[in-house]
Design a protein around this ligand. Structure first.
Ligand SMILES: Nc1nc2c(c(=O)[nH]1)N[C@H]1C(S)=C(S)[C@@H](COP(=O)(O)O)O[C@H]1N2
Ligand SMILES: [Mo]
Length: 423
């Protein structure tokens, strides 16, 4: 009896034009590049490598990545060692999964990283409360804690996509001001309940202990809902660059409000109108008016692999993979296009899909070696769909740098090189 063998990629596997495939294609087998007879890696596959012949290195107090991974680093544009305002970006294109390692979490500081002594630092809660409170770090650590996996994205991330011409930067340079971590600490509501809120309190001022005196007004409903006084980041104490010894975590809200090196929470009736929420972090619209207090990050997504710098090596099967997130809740769907948005197919969402956290999506793609334009489009659980760049700019104009969440396009040419393009 003869059985017809199904070809590795059958016509019914194609989901959209441009070679987007059904996700089950990776289960079909026979698609991997390396076979024993065609090993091109140089070494015989089962020869005894040098590192098998002597004992390995001893233990170290704090682990570091392999020396072969020395290009997996943050980058920034400030001159070397210049303190002050600036940002170091996460290398999204060479990471996978959804959690950002602490040493690679992006950093945005308006006046450098203060060297805060946890024994000398205090957190004060005052204003419209019955009992003003002062906390040492030791006192805070005695309260019950919770963990939340949450992204933080700078309101200025992707701001260069408002420009007329596509900036020739890679994924990190264009979009590296977003990261995701498991944050652990004390619920702000626990501390506010203890202080006893006056009924007239509707807002709170959060102030940092750095030289920039970063301060923002936060609606009290958000503070009482899911705000965290974060003491730990991915299991270890919050890094100095991310707010040691404690930061405010406001899941889903723009990064700027998540005040680092937090020293003061003051309950107020009205927003305080600080310099950071009037001169900055407002969205200037085409009619000359500004949108103020645009807090949650709108749904957004991004293909991280392939992306500029990760040149593809010939036609064949590839995995398109990327990240999606929304400050309004969970990601419901991510669609991928390989033809600049003409046709779309839904990507597989990797579990767990958590609210206000980075979500990883994956899509098999058979690249035929021709030009392609790769895009992703996120939909969140509210039904909101990530707009095209043109739709976003029609609404917002080009005078702002904040809250860019338009669809991003990577152009692939015949040589497999990838560039940032507008489609
Ligand atoms: N005290 C203080 N908090 C701050 C800032 C700052 O400069 N000082 N930068 C803000 C901005 S603009 C962003 S985007 C986030 C960045 O958080 P991260 O550096 O932990 O990634 O922190 C916010 N909190
Ligand atoms: Mo920011």
């Amino acid at each position: 009896m003869t059985r017809k063998r199904r070809p590795p990629i059958a016509p019914e596997d194609f989901r959209a034009a441009g070679g987007l495939l059904d996700r089950r294609i990776f289960l079909a087998g026979g698609l991997a590049a390396g076979t024993l007879s065609s090993s091109s890696a140089g070494a015989e596959p089962l020869s005894v490598a040098p590192w098998m012949k002597t004992p390995g290195s001893p233990f170290t107090p704090y682990g570091q990545p392999s020396r072969f991974e020395d290009k997996v680093v943050r980058v920034w544009t400030n001159p070397p060692n210049a303190p002050g305002t600036g940002a170091a970006r996460t290398p999204l294109h060479v990471l996978n999964g959804t959690i950002t390692p602490n040493g690679l979490h992006f950093e945005r500081s308006h006046s450098g990283i203060p060297d805060v002594d946890p024994d000398a630092h205090r957190l004060v809660i005052h204003g419209l409360v019955r009992r003003p409170l002062v906390f040492t770090m030791e006192m805070l650590a005695r309260y019950p804690m919770e963990s939340r996996i949450a992204f933080i994205e700078c309101g200025g991330n992707g701001g260069s996509l408002y420009q007329k011409d596509p900036a020739q930067l890679n994924c990190q340079g264009l979009h590296g001001l977003v990261s995701c971590a498991e944050w652990t600490g004390v619920k702000l509501s626990t501390l506010l309940d203890e202080a006893g809120m006056e009924p007239s309190a509707k807002w709170m001022l959060a102030e940092g202990a750095d030289a920039s005196g970063m301060s923002r007004s936060v609606p009290l409903v958000k503070a009482m809902d899911d705000a965290l006084i974060a003491l730990y980041q991915n299991g270890e104490r919050v890094r100095p660059s991310n707010g040691y010894p404690l930061r405010l975590l406001l899941p889903g809200y723009e990064g700027n409000m998540q005040v680092k090196w937090l020293r003061r929470v003051k309950l107020t009736e009205e927003p305080t109108m600080t310099k950071d929420e009037t001169s900055k972090y407002t969205i200037l619209t085409p009619d000359g008016k500004s949108l103020q207090f645009v807090f949650p990050i709108e749904a957004k997504s991004l293909i991280t692999q392939p992306s500029p710098g990760l040149t593809m090596k010939g036609p064949g099967l590839y995995e398109i993979s990327g990240l999606a997130w929304s400050g309004y809740g969970k990601i419901a769907q991510v669609d991928v296009s390989a033809d600049g948005g003409k046709t779309w197919a839904p990507a597989a969402l990797q579990q767990p899909v958590l609210p206000m956290a980075l979500t990883r999506f994956r899509m098999p793609w058979r690249w035929n070696g021709g030009p392609a334009v790769l895009q992703s489009r996120a939909t969140d659980e509210t039904g909101y769909v990530q707009p095209t760049r043109a739709e976003l700019i029609a609404k917002r104009g080009g005078k702002t740098i904040y809250h860019f969440n338009g669809i991003n396009s990577w152009g692939v040419d015949e040589s497999g090189e990838i560039k940032h393009v507008y489609a």
